[in-house]
Write a protein that binds this ligand. Sequence first.
Ligand code: GLY
Length: 378
Amino acid sequence: MNNTVQLAWVNEAWDKALEKTRVNSLRIGAEFPHASQGGKYVLEGASWWTAGFWPGMLWQLYAGSGDESLKAIAEQCEERLDEVLDGYLKLDHDLGFMWILTSVANYKLTGSEQSRVRALKAANYLAARFNLKGRYIRAWNPWREGEDNSGVAIIDCSMNMSLLFWASEVTGDPRYRHIAEAHMDTVLEHFIRPDGSVYHIVNFDPASGEVAGKLGGQGYAPESAWSRGTAWALYGLSLAYHHTGKQSYLDGAKQVAHFFLTRLPEDQVPAWDFRAPSEIRELRDTSAGSCAASGLLLLAGQVEPSEADVYRNGALRITESLYRNYGTWDNADEEGLLLHGTSNYPEDRNIDVPLIYGDFFYVETLARIKEAGPYYWE
Ligand code: GLY
Protein backbone atom coordinates (compact mmCIF):
# COMPACT_ATOMS: atom_id res chain seq x y z
CA MET A 1 0.00 0.00 0.00
CA ASN A 2 1.25 3.47 -0.88
CA ASN A 3 2.13 5.23 2.40
CA THR A 4 1.02 8.71 1.35
CA VAL A 5 -2.42 7.50 0.31
CA GLN A 6 -2.63 5.43 3.47
CA LEU A 7 -1.86 8.39 5.72
CA ALA A 8 -4.44 10.54 3.98
CA TRP A 9 -7.33 8.14 4.60
CA VAL A 10 -6.23 7.39 8.15
CA ASN A 11 -6.22 11.05 9.18
CA GLU A 12 -9.54 11.56 7.46
CA ALA A 13 -10.98 8.49 9.23
CA TRP A 14 -9.69 9.67 12.62
CA ASP A 15 -11.15 13.17 12.17
CA LYS A 16 -14.54 11.78 11.22
CA ALA A 17 -14.59 9.38 14.19
CA LEU A 18 -13.62 12.23 16.52
CA GLU A 19 -16.25 14.57 15.12
CA LYS A 20 -19.01 11.98 15.29
CA THR A 21 -18.07 10.99 18.84
CA ARG A 22 -18.13 14.63 19.96
CA VAL A 23 -21.69 14.90 18.65
CA ASN A 24 -22.68 11.55 20.24
CA SER A 25 -21.20 12.62 23.57
CA LEU A 26 -23.73 15.46 23.83
CA ARG A 27 -26.59 12.95 23.97
CA ILE A 28 -24.89 9.92 25.56
CA GLY A 29 -22.85 11.71 28.23
CA ALA A 30 -21.69 9.51 31.12
CA GLU A 31 -23.85 6.52 30.17
CA PHE A 32 -23.04 3.04 28.90
CA PRO A 33 -24.04 2.43 25.28
CA HIS A 34 -23.88 -1.07 23.83
CA ALA A 35 -25.75 -1.63 20.54
CA SER A 36 -27.38 0.94 18.28
CA GLN A 37 -31.02 0.32 17.36
CA GLY A 38 -32.83 2.59 14.93
CA GLY A 39 -29.87 4.97 14.84
CA LYS A 40 -29.51 5.49 18.60
CA TYR A 41 -27.25 3.66 21.01
CA VAL A 42 -29.28 1.74 23.60
CA LEU A 43 -27.92 2.53 27.07
CA GLU A 44 -27.17 -0.35 29.44
CA GLY A 45 -26.65 -0.47 33.20
CA ALA A 46 -23.15 0.15 34.58
CA SER A 47 -22.70 -3.54 35.39
CA TRP A 48 -23.02 -4.76 31.78
CA TRP A 49 -19.74 -6.10 30.35
CA THR A 50 -19.58 -3.38 27.70
CA ALA A 51 -19.46 -0.47 30.19
CA GLY A 52 -15.77 0.28 29.54
CA PHE A 53 -15.87 0.74 25.78
CA TRP A 54 -17.50 4.16 25.56
CA PRO A 55 -15.21 5.75 28.19
CA GLY A 56 -12.28 3.83 26.66
CA MET A 57 -13.04 5.35 23.26
CA LEU A 58 -13.33 8.80 24.85
CA TRP A 59 -9.92 8.36 26.53
CA GLN A 60 -8.38 7.25 23.21
CA LEU A 61 -9.83 10.23 21.35
CA TYR A 62 -8.87 12.59 24.18
CA ALA A 63 -5.28 11.29 24.10
CA GLY A 64 -5.12 12.01 20.39
CA SER A 65 -6.95 15.35 20.39
CA GLY A 66 -6.64 16.97 23.83
CA ASP A 67 -10.44 17.52 23.90
CA GLU A 68 -11.10 17.99 27.63
CA SER A 69 -14.85 17.49 27.29
CA LEU A 70 -14.27 13.85 26.29
CA LYS A 71 -11.95 13.31 29.26
CA ALA A 72 -14.54 14.75 31.67
CA ILE A 73 -17.19 12.27 30.49
CA ALA A 74 -14.76 9.34 30.70
CA GLU A 75 -13.99 10.31 34.32
CA GLN A 76 -17.69 10.48 35.16
CA CYS A 77 -18.25 7.01 33.69
CA GLU A 78 -15.40 5.66 35.84
CA GLU A 79 -16.97 7.17 38.97
CA ARG A 80 -20.31 5.58 38.09
CA LEU A 81 -18.59 2.19 37.95
CA ASP A 82 -17.70 2.44 41.67
CA GLU A 83 -21.21 1.31 42.49
CA VAL A 84 -20.57 -1.91 40.57
CA LEU A 85 -17.10 -2.47 42.03
CA ASP A 86 -18.26 -1.89 45.60
CA GLY A 87 -21.53 -3.75 45.07
CA TYR A 88 -19.45 -6.85 44.17
CA LEU A 89 -22.30 -9.24 43.33
CA LYS A 90 -22.52 -8.36 39.62
CA LEU A 91 -18.79 -8.64 38.95
CA ASP A 92 -17.61 -11.38 36.62
CA HIS A 93 -14.50 -11.99 34.48
CA ASP A 94 -15.24 -8.83 32.47
CA LEU A 95 -13.56 -6.82 35.22
CA GLY A 96 -10.75 -6.50 32.66
CA PHE A 97 -12.80 -4.99 29.84
CA MET A 98 -14.46 -2.64 32.33
CA TRP A 99 -11.55 -1.34 34.41
CA ILE A 100 -8.72 -1.46 31.85
CA LEU A 101 -10.62 0.99 29.67
CA THR A 102 -11.58 3.27 32.56
CA SER A 103 -9.26 3.22 35.58
CA VAL A 104 -6.11 1.83 33.93
CA ALA A 105 -6.63 4.28 31.06
CA ASN A 106 -7.05 7.18 33.50
CA TYR A 107 -4.01 6.09 35.52
CA LYS A 108 -1.87 5.77 32.40
CA LEU A 109 -2.87 9.19 31.12
CA THR A 110 -3.10 11.23 34.33
CA GLY A 111 -1.36 9.22 37.07
CA SER A 112 -4.56 9.33 39.18
CA GLU A 113 -3.99 7.50 42.46
CA GLN A 114 -7.71 6.87 42.90
CA SER A 115 -7.83 5.17 39.49
CA ARG A 116 -4.80 3.03 40.36
CA VAL A 117 -6.58 1.82 43.51
CA ARG A 118 -9.82 1.12 41.65
CA ALA A 119 -7.96 -0.94 39.02
CA LEU A 120 -6.06 -2.84 41.72
CA LYS A 121 -9.32 -3.71 43.49
CA ALA A 122 -10.70 -4.94 40.16
CA ALA A 123 -7.54 -7.01 39.57
CA ASN A 124 -7.91 -8.65 42.99
CA TYR A 125 -11.51 -9.62 42.28
CA LEU A 126 -10.45 -11.00 38.90
CA ALA A 127 -7.57 -13.01 40.37
CA ALA A 128 -9.97 -14.46 42.93
CA ARG A 129 -11.94 -16.11 40.09
CA PHE A 130 -9.02 -18.43 39.35
CA ASN A 131 -9.71 -22.15 39.60
CA LEU A 132 -6.47 -23.76 40.74
CA LYS A 133 -7.32 -27.30 39.59
CA GLY A 134 -8.38 -26.37 36.06
CA ARG A 135 -6.00 -23.36 35.82
CA TYR A 136 -8.71 -21.10 34.36
CA ILE A 137 -10.50 -17.90 35.31
CA ARG A 138 -14.17 -18.57 35.89
CA ALA A 139 -16.21 -16.57 33.37
CA TRP A 140 -19.65 -15.89 34.76
CA ASN A 141 -21.83 -16.06 37.83
CA PRO A 142 -25.07 -18.07 37.65
CA TRP A 143 -27.41 -16.42 35.13
CA ARG A 144 -30.44 -17.95 36.86
CA GLU A 145 -31.37 -19.49 40.19
CA GLY A 146 -29.80 -22.90 40.70
CA GLU A 147 -27.43 -22.72 37.71
CA ASP A 148 -23.86 -23.89 38.34
CA ASN A 149 -21.46 -22.43 35.80
CA SER A 150 -18.38 -22.48 38.03
CA GLY A 151 -16.60 -24.67 35.46
CA VAL A 152 -17.08 -22.29 32.53
CA ALA A 153 -14.16 -20.45 30.93
CA ILE A 154 -14.46 -18.43 27.71
CA ILE A 155 -12.04 -17.20 25.06
CA ASP A 156 -13.07 -13.55 25.58
CA CYS A 157 -11.27 -13.63 28.95
CA SER A 158 -7.92 -13.60 27.12
CA MET A 159 -8.37 -9.83 26.84
CA ASN A 160 -9.12 -9.47 30.56
CA MET A 161 -5.73 -10.91 31.50
CA SER A 162 -4.11 -7.56 30.76
CA LEU A 163 -5.58 -6.27 34.04
CA LEU A 164 -3.62 -8.93 35.93
CA PHE A 165 -0.41 -8.29 33.99
CA TRP A 166 -0.84 -4.57 34.72
CA ALA A 167 -1.38 -5.24 38.46
CA SER A 168 1.89 -7.18 38.67
CA GLU A 169 3.71 -4.44 36.79
CA VAL A 170 2.52 -1.64 39.09
CA THR A 171 2.78 -3.51 42.39
CA GLY A 172 5.88 -5.63 41.69
CA ASP A 173 3.91 -8.61 43.04
CA PRO A 174 4.11 -11.52 40.54
CA ARG A 175 0.99 -13.36 41.80
CA TYR A 176 -1.35 -11.65 39.33
CA ARG A 177 0.95 -12.47 36.42
CA HIS A 178 1.24 -16.09 37.55
CA ILE A 179 -2.54 -16.42 37.38
CA ALA A 180 -2.77 -14.71 33.99
CA GLU A 181 -0.06 -16.98 32.57
CA ALA A 182 -1.74 -20.09 33.94
CA HIS A 183 -5.02 -19.02 32.32
CA MET A 184 -3.34 -18.24 28.99
CA ASP A 185 -1.54 -21.60 29.04
CA THR A 186 -4.97 -23.17 29.42
CA VAL A 187 -6.18 -21.14 26.44
CA LEU A 188 -3.34 -22.56 24.34
CA GLU A 189 -3.99 -26.08 25.55
CA HIS A 190 -7.78 -26.25 25.38
CA PHE A 191 -9.19 -23.42 23.25
CA ILE A 192 -6.97 -23.18 20.16
CA ARG A 193 -7.53 -25.85 17.52
CA PRO A 194 -4.63 -27.04 15.35
CA ASP A 195 -5.94 -24.99 12.39
CA GLY A 196 -5.85 -21.76 14.44
CA SER A 197 -9.61 -21.49 14.97
CA VAL A 198 -10.88 -21.34 18.55
CA TYR A 199 -13.59 -22.65 20.85
CA HIS A 200 -15.74 -20.04 22.54
CA ILE A 201 -16.51 -21.99 25.73
CA VAL A 202 -14.67 -24.76 27.54
CA ASN A 203 -16.53 -26.30 30.44
CA PHE A 204 -14.33 -27.81 33.16
CA ASP A 205 -15.23 -29.97 36.09
CA PRO A 206 -14.59 -27.27 38.71
CA ALA A 207 -13.63 -29.83 41.37
CA SER A 208 -11.17 -31.97 39.38
CA GLY A 209 -10.18 -29.43 36.71
CA GLU A 210 -10.77 -31.98 33.92
CA VAL A 211 -12.32 -30.77 30.66
CA ALA A 212 -16.00 -31.71 30.68
CA GLY A 213 -17.04 -30.33 27.29
CA LYS A 214 -16.67 -27.62 24.64
CA LEU A 215 -19.59 -25.44 23.60
CA GLY A 216 -20.52 -23.22 20.66
CA GLY A 217 -21.52 -20.24 22.81
CA GLN A 218 -21.95 -17.17 20.61
CA GLY A 219 -20.70 -19.08 17.56
CA TYR A 220 -22.85 -21.14 15.21
CA ALA A 221 -21.88 -24.53 16.66
CA PRO A 222 -19.30 -26.13 18.97
CA GLU A 223 -16.94 -26.87 16.05
CA SER A 224 -17.56 -23.65 14.11
CA ALA A 225 -15.36 -20.54 14.26
CA TRP A 226 -16.98 -17.49 15.86
CA SER A 227 -15.05 -14.57 14.42
CA ARG A 228 -15.10 -12.24 17.44
CA GLY A 229 -13.87 -15.10 19.62
CA THR A 230 -11.07 -15.60 17.09
CA ALA A 231 -10.23 -11.91 17.40
CA TRP A 232 -10.25 -12.08 21.23
CA ALA A 233 -7.76 -14.97 21.03
CA LEU A 234 -5.51 -13.29 18.49
CA TYR A 235 -5.28 -10.01 20.39
CA GLY A 236 -5.24 -11.66 23.85
CA LEU A 237 -2.33 -13.94 22.95
CA SER A 238 -0.39 -11.09 21.40
CA LEU A 239 -0.94 -9.08 24.61
CA ALA A 240 0.16 -12.04 26.73
CA TYR A 241 3.37 -12.17 24.67
CA HIS A 242 3.78 -8.42 25.14
CA HIS A 243 3.56 -8.80 28.92
CA THR A 244 5.63 -11.98 29.33
CA GLY A 245 7.86 -12.51 26.29
CA LYS A 246 6.80 -16.18 26.28
CA GLN A 247 7.32 -17.65 22.80
CA SER A 248 4.31 -19.98 23.03
CA TYR A 249 1.96 -16.97 23.19
CA LEU A 250 3.53 -15.39 20.12
CA ASP A 251 3.30 -18.69 18.23
CA GLY A 252 -0.36 -19.01 19.28
CA ALA A 253 -1.15 -15.43 18.21
CA LYS A 254 0.40 -16.07 14.78
CA GLN A 255 -1.47 -19.34 14.36
CA VAL A 256 -4.81 -17.64 15.11
CA ALA A 257 -3.91 -14.62 12.95
CA HIS A 258 -3.21 -16.87 9.95
CA PHE A 259 -6.58 -18.57 10.38
CA PHE A 260 -8.35 -15.19 10.65
CA LEU A 261 -6.62 -13.53 7.69
CA THR A 262 -7.06 -16.45 5.33
CA ARG A 263 -10.82 -16.69 6.02
CA LEU A 264 -11.69 -13.08 5.19
CA PRO A 265 -14.06 -12.41 2.30
CA GLU A 266 -13.21 -10.10 -0.58
CA ASP A 267 -14.02 -6.91 1.32
CA GLN A 268 -11.82 -8.02 4.25
CA VAL A 269 -14.54 -7.75 6.92
CA PRO A 270 -15.25 -11.07 8.65
CA ALA A 271 -18.44 -13.08 8.67
CA TRP A 272 -19.86 -13.34 12.20
CA ASP A 273 -18.79 -17.01 12.15
CA PHE A 274 -16.27 -18.24 9.58
CA ARG A 275 -17.95 -21.66 9.52
CA ALA A 276 -21.62 -20.66 9.59
CA PRO A 277 -23.70 -22.15 6.76
CA SER A 278 -23.39 -20.08 3.57
CA GLU A 279 -26.94 -18.65 3.78
CA ILE A 280 -26.10 -16.83 7.05
CA ARG A 281 -22.38 -16.33 6.47
CA GLU A 282 -23.03 -13.11 4.53
CA LEU A 283 -23.86 -11.54 7.88
CA ARG A 284 -20.74 -9.70 9.05
CA ASP A 285 -19.30 -8.74 12.39
CA THR A 286 -17.45 -5.45 12.00
CA SER A 287 -16.45 -5.62 15.69
CA ALA A 288 -14.48 -8.82 15.03
CA GLY A 289 -12.74 -6.99 12.20
CA SER A 290 -11.77 -3.92 14.20
CA CYS A 291 -10.66 -5.95 17.25
CA ALA A 292 -8.53 -8.26 15.09
CA ALA A 293 -7.03 -5.29 13.24
CA SER A 294 -5.78 -3.75 16.49
CA GLY A 295 -4.34 -7.11 17.58
CA LEU A 296 -2.69 -7.60 14.18
CA LEU A 297 -0.92 -4.26 14.49
CA LEU A 298 0.41 -5.22 17.93
CA LEU A 299 1.51 -8.56 16.50
CA ALA A 300 3.24 -6.88 13.55
CA GLY A 301 5.50 -5.12 16.03
CA GLN A 302 6.40 -8.39 17.77
CA VAL A 303 7.71 -10.42 14.84
CA GLU A 304 10.78 -10.19 12.63
CA PRO A 305 10.56 -7.25 10.19
CA SER A 306 10.39 -9.72 7.30
CA GLU A 307 7.15 -11.18 8.70
CA ALA A 308 5.53 -7.98 9.92
CA ASP A 309 3.94 -6.92 6.63
CA VAL A 310 1.58 -9.90 6.60
CA TYR A 311 -0.04 -8.69 9.82
CA ARG A 312 0.28 -4.95 9.25
CA ASN A 313 -1.11 -5.04 5.73
CA GLY A 314 -3.90 -7.35 6.89
CA ALA A 315 -4.84 -4.81 9.58
CA LEU A 316 -4.72 -1.93 7.12
CA ARG A 317 -6.89 -3.74 4.58
CA ILE A 318 -9.54 -4.50 7.22
CA THR A 319 -9.51 -0.97 8.61
CA GLU A 320 -9.62 0.77 5.25
CA SER A 321 -12.60 -1.38 4.28
CA LEU A 322 -14.33 -0.59 7.59
CA TYR A 323 -13.78 3.09 6.92
CA ARG A 324 -14.87 3.09 3.29
CA ASN A 325 -17.61 0.44 3.25
CA TYR A 326 -19.06 0.23 6.77
CA GLY A 327 -18.73 3.75 8.23
CA THR A 328 -21.64 6.09 8.91
CA TRP A 329 -19.85 9.36 8.16
CA ASP A 330 -22.57 10.61 5.85
CA ASN A 331 -25.44 9.57 8.09
CA ALA A 332 -26.15 11.99 10.92
CA ASP A 333 -29.13 9.84 11.95
CA GLU A 334 -26.91 6.93 13.06
CA GLU A 335 -24.82 7.18 16.25
CA GLY A 336 -22.76 4.04 15.67
CA LEU A 337 -19.49 4.56 13.81
CA LEU A 338 -19.53 1.14 12.09
CA LEU A 339 -22.55 -0.67 10.70
CA HIS A 340 -23.01 -4.46 10.58
CA GLY A 341 -21.83 -5.78 13.92
CA THR A 342 -23.23 -9.02 15.31
CA SER A 343 -23.42 -9.35 19.06
CA ASN A 344 -25.11 -12.70 19.69
CA TYR A 345 -26.57 -14.56 16.71
CA PRO A 346 -27.62 -17.77 18.54
CA GLU A 347 -29.63 -15.75 21.07
CA ASP A 348 -30.97 -13.43 18.38
CA ARG A 349 -29.63 -10.33 20.10
CA ASN A 350 -28.19 -7.22 18.40
CA ILE A 351 -27.68 -8.64 14.93
CA ASP A 352 -26.43 -6.48 12.06
CA VAL A 353 -26.13 -3.30 14.13
CA PRO A 354 -23.37 -0.94 15.31
CA LEU A 355 -21.70 -2.16 18.52
CA ILE A 356 -19.76 0.03 20.93
CA TYR A 357 -16.80 -2.37 21.10
CA GLY A 358 -16.61 -2.37 17.30
CA ASP A 359 -16.38 1.42 17.42
CA PHE A 360 -13.84 1.35 20.26
CA PHE A 361 -11.45 -1.05 18.51
CA TYR A 362 -11.82 0.86 15.23
CA VAL A 363 -10.68 4.06 16.98
CA GLU A 364 -7.91 2.20 18.80
CA THR A 365 -6.69 0.75 15.49
CA LEU A 366 -6.62 4.19 13.89
CA ALA A 367 -4.64 5.43 16.90
CA ARG A 368 -2.18 2.55 16.41
CA ILE A 369 -1.75 3.37 12.72
CA LYS A 370 -1.18 7.02 13.64
CA GLU A 371 1.09 5.96 16.53
CA ALA A 372 -1.09 8.04 18.86
CA GLY A 373 -1.15 5.82 21.97
CA PRO A 374 -1.12 4.86 24.77
CA TYR A 375 -3.02 1.58 24.39
CA TYR A 376 -4.54 0.62 27.69
CA TRP A 377 -4.10 -3.15 27.46
CA GLU A 378 -0.31 -2.91 27.20
N1 GLY B 1 -17.58 -10.84 25.50
C1 GLY B 1 -18.83 -11.07 24.91
C2 GLY B 1 -18.84 -10.87 23.45
O1 GLY B 1 -17.81 -10.83 22.81
O2 GLY B 1 -19.92 -10.73 22.90
